[in-house]
Every structure is written in C-alpha cells, then in structure tokens.
Write a protein that binds this ligand. Sequence first.
Ligand code: CP
Length: 336
Amino acid sequence: MTGPAVKRDLLSIADVAEGLGGLLERAARLKDERRRGAAKPSLPGKHLALVFEKPSARTRTSFEVAIRDLGGHPIYFSASDLQIGQREAVADVARVLSRYVDAIAYRAFRHTDVVELARWASVPVINALDDLEHPCQVVADLLTMRERWPNGFRGRRLAWIGDGNNVLHSLLLGAGAVGLSVTAAIPDAYRPRAEVVRAARALADRSGARLEFTASPEAAAKGADALYTDVWVSMGEEAQRAERERAFAGYQVNSRLLGLAADGAFVLHDLPAHRGQEITDEVLDGPRAAVWDQAENRLHAQKAILELLLAERAAPGPSRPPHRRRSARSPARRRS
Ligand code: CP
C-alpha cells in the first residue's frame, strides 16, 4: 500500500482539531474493546521510536503498551542514548530514524526541536510534550471528561487553576475545538501565550465555547463542572521554584475550592502531582478525583492517535526533506 504523499504529524492539538470528536470516539471504542478482551492489532509490524529528553512515567508507558497492543513494537531512547542536538543534529536523527521506524514520538525541552524533527522526518512525528504543548495529554483529558458527560461538552465549563503552561495551551485549543468552555485562574505573570489564546479563541468562536481568564481561583471554580490543576514548577523550570511557589500559593485545589464547584464536579490532574502544593491529599485521594481514569486514558488516547497517523502509511523509506506537514494550523511554535 502506498502512504499519503504528505505525512501527518501531531505537533499541536490544533493539528487534529477538525477530527477531534472522531478521535475521541475511536479512543473510547478502543478502551471498550480492550476491557472486553476484544482488542484487534490494527498496526501489525509497525515500529514506534520514543525519543525522550525528559523523564516520563505515563507518556512512555502508555505509548509502549499502545503500540504493542496494536501489534507493533516500541524502541525507547533516553536523553543519554541519542544526545539529540549534541551528538547529532535533530535533522540527522530525523532522517536516520525515518529509515527504521514508522513513527516517532518526541518529548523535548523545546518546541522548535519537535518542529525541526517533524520537518526532516519522513514518518509521522508526535509531540510527546514540549515547552509549548502536550497534545496527547489533552486527548486523554477530553476522553475522561467525555466519559463523565454523556451529553457532550457543550454547556460544560472547566476551571483551570494554576500555571498558564504547555498543558493549558493544548487544553485551550482542544476545548475550543470541541465546544468546552474554560475559565482559567492564573496569576497575571503566568498567563498563556497570546498567540495560543488567539488560536484557541478562533476555534471557540466556531464551536460556541467561552474561554475566559481571571486571577481568582474562587471565581473560576464557582459553579464549574470540573477543576483541573498541574504542578507549579514544570520540568526545566527548577531555577524558578521559589518565585513560582510564592506566586501560586493561593492556587491550590483543595476541599474548600472544590466546594465552590457544581454538584458532581470532578477533579483532573495530568500527574505527577506535588501533594500539598497544587492539590491536597484529601482531593487527590478523594471520590471526586478523576485522575486515575485520566492516567489510564492516556493509553487509549495514544492508540487512537497512532492509528490515525499510521494506519494508512507505507513501510519506512527514503525521506524527501524538508517535509511539508499536513494540517499545519498550529499556533506559533516557540516558547523560549
Ligand atoms: N502527564 C504526563 O505526561 O506524565 P509523564 O510526564 O509521566 O509522562
């Protein structure tokens, strides 16, 4: 079978904005099939390279199990294996890996490196987290919300409490695409990037979602259908720890804040959590935490993503760099 002339990457959740509903539907079906022991290996013999510059529990494990469940094989490279950008240029790694594998999942410090890898790879590249976005996480997040809201996203509102970080960037874009309203409570100095907000608002204008920002966690949480928080200090920001812990001190998801949300509201966290900082033990271990389902859903989301990007592609072959990407509607690509 011949693959499409222009490969498809997932560098931003905006790259799958149009088909996001179908992607979630497929992930839900894959979850159901796995639970029933009826999973089918839809990607036999496909090889997935996992190139990780940073540590990972969920993203690595879910991709490794996903590709194996689908009949393929993972190959994991830690930062010390490839020393990408030091031992070898990103573009050269992209061209070489494209001769061996059918897709590359890349966790990088810099979004510019993910874009560079995708530019030179002749196989699909998946952003497994960088400083701008975490699109795979948000596919799993939306799947988790969809399971709890059988009537869909419209009319629902999520409150984000904390940092305007890469996860929020993908969440705003994903929410805008599916029609989920978001109120983000963020200290003024940590607001998300303006170009991401613009891109998310363009999607929200079409779906009817409202995307709002406040500095007040209480205002965001009041009447919300779900609360979502993340660490105050992400990987690579350790030098800012003291300053960030001061800035986010009032942005904790605890029982008091959850008490302001709607009846039946649940709590999301992409993990790892820093217990006692952005979230309390009481909430994380309590009955309204959806975080363990959310973590499980990374697996089903990865499978749907891999199928979407890989199902119709031919075996690896010579690259024709630099590559054009299909569906390149992502917002600005860089956060220094
Ligand atoms: N949420 C998330 O990406 O977890 P890991 O960093 O463990 O992959």
